[in-house]
Design a protein around this ligand. Sequence first.
Ligand SMILES: [Zn+2]
Length: 1004
Amino acid sequence: MVEITIRKRPREEELQAQRKFFRKTRKGRVIKVLRERYLRDDIGCGVSQCSLCAALPSPGQAPALPLSGSPHTQFPTGHHLLPDTNAFLHQMDLFEHPAFSASLIVLQTVMEEVRHRSLPLFNRLRNLVRNGADQEGQGCWVFWNEFRDETAVAREEGEGPNDLNDRAIRKAAAWYSTHVAQALSSRARPPPAVVLMTDDAANRAQAENASIPSLSVRQYVAGLAHAAELGDVLSVHGPADDSAAKGAERGGRPALYPEYWPAATVEAGVKSGKLFQGFFNPSQYNYLEGYVNSQAMGRPILVIGRTDLNRAVAGDIVAVELYPESEWKAPGDEVVDQDVALANDDADDSEGEDASAAAETERRLAQREAADARDVARRNPLERHPTGRVVGVVKRNWRAYVCHLDAASLSSSARTSQAQQTVFATPVAANLPRIRLRTRQAPALVDQKILVSLDRWDITSRYPEGHFVRALGRVESKEAEQESLLLEYEVPYRPFGRAILDCLPGEGEAWIVPPKTAGSVVWRDREDLRELIICSIDPPNCQDIDDALHARPLPNGNIEAGVHIADVSHFVLPDNAMDTEAAARGTTVYLVDKRIDMLPSLLGTNLCSLRPYVERLAFSVIWELTPDAKIVNVRFTKSVIASKAAFTYKDAQTRKDDLKQKDPLTESIRLLNSLAQKLRAGRMAAGALNLASPEVRIQMESPESSDPVDVEQKEQLETNSLVEEFMLLANISVAAKIQETFPQTAVLRRHMPPPPSNFEMLQDVLMKRKGMSLDISSSGSLAASLDKCVDPAEPAFNILVRIMATRCMRPAEYFCAGSVSRETFGHYGLASPIYTHFTSPIRRYADVLVHRQLAAAIDYTPLHASLHSRQHVERVLNVVNRRHRMAQMASRASIEFYVALSLKSRSERASGGVREKAFIIRAFRNGVAVFVSKLGLEGLVTFKREINFDPEAYSVKVPSPSGGEVALSVFEEVEVEITVEKDVNTQRGKVKMVVVHPIDSRSL
Ligand SMILES: [Zn+2]
């Protein structure tokens, strides 16, 4: 942003305007704030070579607007564009579009209003101003209209803030017009126009009265050189709430959804406990079902059917009214795929919507639901969920979504034409509604991944409306797929900017630990551990080595063991640009073929990476342990280490197992391993869970190629467990230390016990199908009962049960020690009363905070003020928790993409589908869900024919070709054939599965 220095002038008459407003303090007192403004006549207009402003002192930035404005068909003499606040709030995609160029005036009034209304949009506007200054042929100038005496306005009696701002904007436009004309008065040509851009008709009428040219956004875009392209990115804003859509604007079209309750009623309802507020999560099996996770309710509220879902979109915060308990239902037992159900809908058809295919499907489902409701009563009542309907949206969390254009929705006559048409965009995330969108570029976008913003969802429209933002590239090209994934999981992936890189040590790659001298700042209070036999053990090709270890026998028969962690907080100082960016990123994100770093790679893969043979700064945790792995004492110290080796898990394992090797390094690994085994045994005895997640590894042909050859399951070696045990021990020791020192703000991590209701279905199906029981009364009893879920005939069965049990768990989370009660600190899965993350500061931001707190706890440095503030710590951890969830989902999606690619190449080689063993994990009225553990892949097998479905027994019975019936039941192993098919309409690659044994489901 442009910065100006305001020189205060002491003379009294200069004080011309006061801004007066009232503010409520946090304690509820109302105070009057007087803001004095010193008005000046030396604020530049920003037009380059303006003869009137030439003499002004340099404002720190060169004037950016071209003298004769920019071209527009309606203004042959050129123009400068002056948009109002709403133009920026609604149409930022337009201003950011590469084809958009105009001589752009951004008023201070507008800037401030945007900042109050939306911080993300304000940041985008600020970037726009910054970039505008660098671009050829267009300019962008912030005009400080409230400081310039001719354009400042004072509030009039009875004038509301909106009217005041509109008047300020018109006044600035009028001033600019006169100013520009005067500046160019010596020229023969008429001066460029100054055009007000506003979608507010009343404002345009007033502008017209004052002879200020003004246009709506659409009118304006129509006169630009790239009108067709730019018209596409315009958002369809308009009646934002239902009440505005009433009457005339609805054009007599029937309402398809109930109107939302007024905001005040919703707020009061939530407060009084009559309504429940929470995030909306659509079901993954049925697009007409979803859940609302309300803390007040304690368990998810089920919402069934289009009307009750009432336009809720994944991620929205909605308010739900609960139905009486007698009307509670079980989730539907039919798979309903939006792509199939709605395939024949016409995007342009707004009149006959009730006769559409979608409506037909929905009617059929509603009838079935009624039947289901009766069924539920006699069925297992445990399956019933609190059920409700959405009556209001507290906050929309809409963003731009990665989509494919649905080719079937292109009108046949317009498949090649440039005419504007309404089409469907199908989001890649299956749980989002299709979006209706107007575009002139449809034919060109058919095989592209595109980014689409949601704008509104009226009660008369079955689908939400949105606008095109930009194309990401061809479907299935690696670049487009990768960027899509990052956008879809909101991973910040821009390269680190100048300000951030400036925070790195000036020596760059040449940085070394300085020599140990008496006055050295780096060596102050650091232990010299360079002689210790320390090594690191990591996966192959690990570049960001966070941790290293050592162990050695002590003369008293005990053992000294140490964990040494990269001293990231030595380089990343609180509150500088690099720290702020790392806090916003929260974590490094690992995709199959790309790593998006939390910290610049100079730190991550070099200065902080505990590479072998070089000296590195570390933060060490050193224990004295008995040979039985009981802790005698622990200390924490900043240190300098020199790792003696970087092993892979496999190398370390081989070396440990080779009894001929007797060198100190190998002995140290053996010592660590024997301690780790005892630590692990101790944890398991305390009730730690050994859960499973389907971890697969993508095998690439070579590091350079990105064509996967095969998928293999991750192998677990003893040495994996060795590292894991010591990291857990370090995290637990550090957690106790910082919690004791900073009970209010210590950064900790917890895993809440799962609510018993999460396990109801798994317990029931285990009992009915296998006669096995799960005791969930404590993590210890759950661990013990999981160990007993063994089927000798199916060795993979136990892993399957562990995976399913893991899905019943709550996710672990970071929290601030002072924000929750002491009894809820525990980590359920690890059976530890306290826990934190200390061991990966290169790739997790929570660890950076923990390092700072530990450094303060041992009096190495004072604690930064922000880490004394509970509010600050909570705010940072909220972001970090969210980033972690998204990062996990992004990695999983990246693996799934490559699994699909490898399946595709395998089936091409085998000319047919790939056959694998799979477990049935759910049964539906029209199919089964299966899990292929070898690929970590879940799939749905659907049947077209009516089949004999027994929800009680978690089983479907299908007719066998040899007569009689074959039962497909949960936990049974089947063989499936997997193919990757391209959806003809969306071009999206879809994994399809069919059962081939014991029966061929294609015949069903
Ligand atoms: Zn000027």
